[in-house]
Ligand binder design. Structure first.
Ligand code: G3P
Length: 224
């Protein structure tokens, strides 16, 4: 079950220094303004240390990039309860830069359900997406690792993959929306993804490293 609204654009700021506080708040304010003006759902996936400030000051959903299902002794872990209490409405799980074993993914999906936050689980290919769909996450995000941070988008390089994932996930559980990410840089990349049936996109370098955040966010969001 998902709670975030669709279609959506997730800006994953990763650990890029350009989007940490205090600049991250400026990025968030721009995203908030574009979301409001265009009536589009924009979500920020940010560092755990920045969640509380951005969630308290911005009127758009904030999610974590990862969390651990721990509630007691686990020094150095990112507590799921802590990110929820800081204001996160969900979390990415199994991003290709933070890969997890299947049983660890399953634990996090279950724990996210207990916390009442969305689990957006990343998959790098069709078979992984199908396996994850059977675990009943809130959403699945397909991201071929080799296209991440490049200039060729998943929607132009691998349209057949997106069609295959959308179709297969729908057969397994039609309540799980499929998102996609990797290499998305232009409005055309977004429009292509949308036309292939995905319900949202994840974008990082195309926005975080852009010279003009407003222009970059606006171009992508207006094609969703
Ligand atoms: O989670 C989104 C991400 O991995 C895509 O990165 O830089 O290709 O937009 P990028």
């Amino acid at each position: 079950m998902y709670r975030l609204r669709l279609p959506l654009m997730i800006i994953n700021t990763k650990s890029y220094k350009e989007a940490l506080l205090p600049d991250g708040l400026l990025l968030g304010r721009i995203a908030e303004q574009v979301a409001e003006e265009l009536g589009i759902n924009i979500v920020l996936a940010i560092q755990p240390t920045d969640i509380y400030i951005l969630a308290s000051r911005l009127n758009i959903p904030i999610i974590a990039q990862h969390f651990d299902p721990v509630e007691s002794r686990a020094t150095g872990s990112i507590s799921g309860l802590a990110i929820k209490q800081a204001g996160a409405r969900g979390s990415l799980i199994n991003h290709s830069e933070k890969r997890l074993a299947l049983n660890s993914i399953e634990k996090r999906i279950k724990y996210a359900n207990i916390l009442g936050i969305d689990s957006i689980v990343c998959a790098s290919g069709l078979e992984e997406a199908k396996t994850i769909a059977r675990l009943d996450p809130s959403m699945i995000a397909i991201e071929p690792p080799e296209l991440i941070a490049g200039n060729i988008s998943v929607s132009s390089a691998r349209p057949e993959l997106l069609i295959g994932v959308v179709d297969s996930v729908k057969r397994i559980n039609h309540n799980i929306p499929v998102l996609c990410g990797a290499g998305i840089k232009t409005g055309r990349d977004v429009a292509r993804a949308r036309d292939l049936g995905v319900k949202g996109i994840l974008v990082s370098s195309g926005i975080v490293l852009a010279r003009d955040w407003d222009k970059a966010i606006r171009e992508l969001a207006s094609n969703l």
